[in-house]
Design a protein around this ligand. Structure first.
Ligand code: PMP
Length: 396
């Protein structure tokens, strides 16, 4: 028999979420997560995945994964520090360091647990963290786990960051102060002002931490936001994920050798959770090799991003201030954004609504993620469906 108090809690809260339109409806895919997906037997143009370069379905990665699985099996068998480190894990980390122009790197099982791991391994209750108000949920949770004082600054507002850094430093209350930002903000596609952040960090002796989940594979010819600004030797923590442009699963920190050595002995998911599977590691390593060999996929991603943005903008949609291929279509009212997304899906474009609390109230939107795998025909078709639904709903 289940607990009465739990039943009551779940029923009341689930009803509450459903009433507010905040209950996630999940549509299982019947196809790979490529540029065209199948849901409920229907083919749709996919503008919702983070598979920026199309590598999630790339034959070269599939081959590398299949070979590793044949050689080493399906599971790593232990945590990294017992005997769950294959030579493949070490090779992946060496490749990541090369890719990010750092001395070393450490891989985790996801980008999410990488943030939980890395922040709390270095920061504690005697420290403070300056965190952009739009930082990803995993950064927020990592900060909370560390027990450091969290000081939020207004999104990309350098005056606010500077004032708060100065106040924190001059208070003399904190042993260490860190500044954390996303490299690319995933809801708007804008880029963090890293050169200004680095200047402020130098002035107040801040530790710098950039989560480049959406910048890696996209900016800096693929190497990321830090490389884009030429700041590889100025950022202490470069976080990345293997699940978006890299197309697989996992997360990593790239940085100085002594930082990575510390994370290997002190970050809890590395010590207490089984390591990435051989197939994940081999496929990720292959993806990074591909990115380092050629910028072809990266260039195609930008071409497609610019093409979609131009098409939607010319139709009169508000696509915000994205500086990357991420293309929001800002509608405003939450229910209207949700209805817009529902109609787009009905007409053949899989683009999901993003509403409060993920984005501020009144800025509900449909977010589009064009990838290198889309063709012009697919994008043209998506744009014409946008036109039809946009006109029908009085948005354009
Ligand atoms: N950081 C940022 C900025 C992200 O957008 C995401 C993914 N939504 C993550 C971390 C988590 O990455 P992963 O999906 O690999 O856990």
């Amino acid at each position: 028999m289940s607990s009465h108090i739990l039943e009551q809690f779940l029923n009341e809260n689930l009803e509450d979420l459903k009433g507010k339109g905040l209950y996630n409806v999940i549509d299982p895919l019947e196809s790979p997560n490529g540029p065209i997906i199948t849901i409920n037997g229907k083919e749709l143009i996919n503008l919702s995945s983070n598979n920026y370069l199309g590598l999630a379905t790339d034959d070269r990665l599939k081959k590398a994964a299949a070979y590793a699985m044949e050689q080493y099996g399906v599971g790593a068998g232990a945590v990294r520090t017992i005997n769950g480190t294959l030579k493949l894990h070490v090779e992946l980390e060496e490749k990541l360091a090369e890719f990010k122009h750092t001395e070393a790197a450490i891989a985790y099982q996801s980008g999410f647990n990488c943030n939980m791991a890395a922040i709390s391994a270095v920061m504690d209750k005697n420290d403070a963290i300056l965190s952009d108000e739009l930082n990803h949920a995993s950064i927020i949770d990592g900060c909370r786990l560390s027990k450091a004082k969290i000081i939020r600054f207004n999104h990309s507002d350098m005056d606010d960051l500077r004032a708060k850094a100065k106040e924190a430093k001059e208070s003399g209350q904190y042993n260490k102060i860190m500044v954390i930002t996303d490299g690319v903000f995933s809801m708007d596609g804008d880029i963090a002002l890293l050169p200004e952040i680095v200047k402020i960090a130098e002035e107040f002796d801040l530790i710098t931490y950039v989560d480049d989940a959406h910048g890696s594979g996209v900016l800096g010819d693929g190497a990321g936001t830090v490389k884009h600004f030429g700041l590889s030797d100025k950022i202490d923590f470069q976080i990345g994920t293997l699940s978006k442009a890299i197309g697989v699963v996992g997360g990593y920190v790239a940085g100085k050798k002594n930082l990575i050595d510390w994370l290997k002995v002190r970050s809890r998911p590395f010590l207490f959770s089984t390591s990435l599977t051989p197939a994940d590691v081999a496929a990720s390593k292959r993806a990074i090799e591909i990115l380092m060999e050629s910028t072809e996929l990266n260039q195609k991603l930008w071409e497609n991003g610019n093409y979609l943005k131009k098409g939607l903008k010319e139709l009169g949609f508000n696509i915000g201030n994205s500086e990357t291929p991420i293309t929001p279509c800002i509608i405003g009212e939450e229910t209207k954004a949700q209805e817009f997304s529902r109609r787009l899906i009905e007409e053949g474009v899989y683009a999901k609504a993003i509403v409060f609390p993920t984005v501020p109230k009144g800025t509900g939107r449909v977010r589009n993620m064009p990838t290198a795998a889309h063709t012009n025909e697919m994008l043209d078709q998506a744009i014409s469906i946008y036109e039809k639904v946009g006109k029908e709903m009085g948005i354009i």
